[in-house]
Ligand binder design. Structure first.
Ligand code: XMP
Length: 319
């Protein structure tokens, strides 16, 4: 595609001009945005770039390994793997306020990132895969009054505290354009097609108190749900799909026994840019089969609901 080819060349030139021969560090989340940003910047300045992958213990099942393997298989970019799950999970233990969850994660992320960035030594720039919708949603809601809907954890705060300048080569792009740029840069399709995953991770899919027990149940239910979606060939039709574990136990019956376990909600939406979204019209057969599998395969869940809220008035994530 000529347009993206031109964008790529222009972006590479701009990065070189901005950065000169300074060092750059980049927070890698494993998502499409930060990966595309990293590959683009690597193309521009090579080993002046080091990536830091912070595992906050709020990733999906198998996600950390998947991301690290994928990155090591496909790129030769220096990468620091910071496993900090204990730190994050103990700080979040029992926390139930959505904004405090986000702020705690954002603050710890800064600490951890800063600690590991120190290992790089003398970096002057911080690279982020910030997209256009991240920029505007953090300030105002489209067309509405200027209110903060959610504190996106990858925008603001970090560079000032670290005395770093920002490199944000995707700041003018929407998600579909980032995917196109990723293809242009030769990232594997499997990777480019990944559903977005929010920086605060499973913390915002666990409304109410975050506990390790709930996170583990959530991970298992989410894995079954995504397996169902892949098996039915629906993954690429959906913008984002995930399970949220609800902060309520409900009564059920299994075999001859009474159960008293958590309820969960399935979420799946279609969207172009994440700014608006419609719930995905699964067949009743799909929903029924998925509910049965989750209840049978995931101890701790005895009730499954499907979230049919569009955005607006809902948001995609539950918090
Ligand atoms: P909402 O829930 O605001 O989400 O409708 C819109 C899109 O943004 C993702 N999201 C985030 N991404 N940091 C991120 O990198 C965040 O703090 C964050 N919060 C929400 C969400 O997954 C959806 O794709």
């Amino acid at each position: 595609d000529w347009t993206m080819g031109a964008y790529r060349a222009e972006a590479v030139a701009k990065i070189r001009e901005q950065v000169g021969d300074a060092k750059v560090i980049c927070g890698l989340s494993g998502g499409v945005d930060s990966s595309v940003a990293a590959v683009l910047i690597h193309e521009a300045i090579g080993d002046q770039l080091t990536c830091v992958f912070v595992d906050h213990g709020l990733l999906r099942q198998g996600e950390a390994d998947e991301v690290l393997t994928m990155f090591r298989d496909h790129y030769n970019i220096p990468l620091i793997h910071a496993d900090e799950s204990e730190l994050f999970l103990s700080a979040l233990d029992g926390e139930s306020d959505p904004e405090r969850k986000r702020k705690t994660i954002g603050r710890l992320f800064i600490d951890v990132f800063q600690k590991h960035a120190g290992e790089v030594g003398g970096a002057e720039f911080l690279a982020q895969g910030t997209l256009y919708p991240d920029v505007i949603e953090s300030v105002s809601f489209s067309g509405g009054p200027s209110v903060t809907i959610k504190s996106h954890h990858n925008v603001g705060g970090l560079p000032e505290k670290m005395g770093l300048k920002l490199v944000e080569p995707l700041r003018e792009l929407f998600k579909d354009e980032v995917r196109e740029l990723g293809r242009e840069l030769g990232l594997p399709d499997r990777f480019i097609g990944r559903h977005p995953f929010p920086g605060p991770g499973l913390a915002i899919r666990c409304p109410g108190e975050i506990t390790r027990e709930k996170l583990e149940i959530l991970r298992r239910a989410d894995a079954v749900y995504l397996d169902q979606i892949r098996k039915h060939g629906l993954y690429d039709e959906i913008w984002q799909a995930f399970v949220a574990i609800l902060p309520v136990r409900t009564v059920g019956v299994m075999g001859d026994g009474r159960t008293y376990d958590f309820a969960c909600a399935l979420r799946a939406v279609t969207s172009v840019d994440g700014m608006t979204a419609d719930y995905y019209p699964f067949s009743h057969d799909f929903l029924g089969e998925t509910a049965t599998r989750i209840i049978n395969e995931v101890p701790g869940i005895n009730r499954v609901t499907y979230d049919i809220t569009s955005k607006p008035p809902g948001t995609i994530e539950w918090e």
